[in-house]
Write a protein that binds this ligand. Structure first.
Ligand SMILES: O=c1ccn([C@H]2C[C@H](O)[C@@H](COP(=O)(O)OP(=O)(O)OP(=O)(O)O)O2)c(=O)[nH]1
Ligand SMILES: [Mg+2]
Length: 150
């Protein structure tokens, strides 16, 4: 892949055996994140939990990391990321964590090292807010939420 940027990754204490984030194929957009749980953790149907990933990351200014669900977990078990996409700010220095929720009907087991989500690095465009009195007119105007039909 071209246009690589460097992300510094440190493992948290006790997570030396947890794999670093990893692109599983040469064209993958996301790096899989592994669970840093000391014992099997269960998500009951409807339950959500914060699952640590055993890493801290330093993202260059102008970028963010997004935590996205893995579609295989979603389609097979109803497992997804509650706040998807989770936002990792470039100035965050704490452990990366995933808020997983079980939308399935069965309880779901998370074992140490399981790949629970994926991390996508994206550019951030910083906006300058300019307060105004009016917005320019458009054909759509205030119409939204199905305004153009189904
Ligand atoms: O799924 C997530 C979402 C956030 N974070 C960490 C990194 C992020 O930089 C920080 C703050 O996240 P966010 O801005 O989404 O949460 P907030 O509720 O706005 O908290 P804050 O006031 O700390 O910004 O928490 C995670 O580890 N996982
Ligand atoms: Mg915030």
């Amino acid at each position: 892949m071209c246009n690589k940027i460097k992300i510094i990754v440190c493992k948290v204490e006790g997570a030396e055996d947890i794999p670093l984030p990893q692109y599983m194929t040469s064209g993958a957009a996301g790096m899989d994140l592994a669970a840093n749980v000391s014992e099997i953790t269960y998500l009951e149907a409807g339950e959500f939990k914060v699952i640590p990933c055993g890493i801290k990351i330093e993202i260059p200014t102008g970028f963010e990391a997004q935590i996205r669900p893995r579609s295989g977990l979603a389609v097979n078990h109803g497992i997804t990321v509650l706040n998807s996409p989770g936002t990792i700010d470039c100035d965050y220095r704490g452990e990366v964590k995933v808020i997983l929720i079980n939308h399935g009907k069965q309880k779901f087991a998370i074992k140490r090292g399981d790949r629970i989500a994926q991390l996508v690095i994206a550019k951030v465009v910083e906006a300058e807010i300019c307060q105004g009195r009016n917005l320019c007119e458009t054909e759509r105007g205030n119409g939204g939420f199905g305004h153009t039909g189904m």
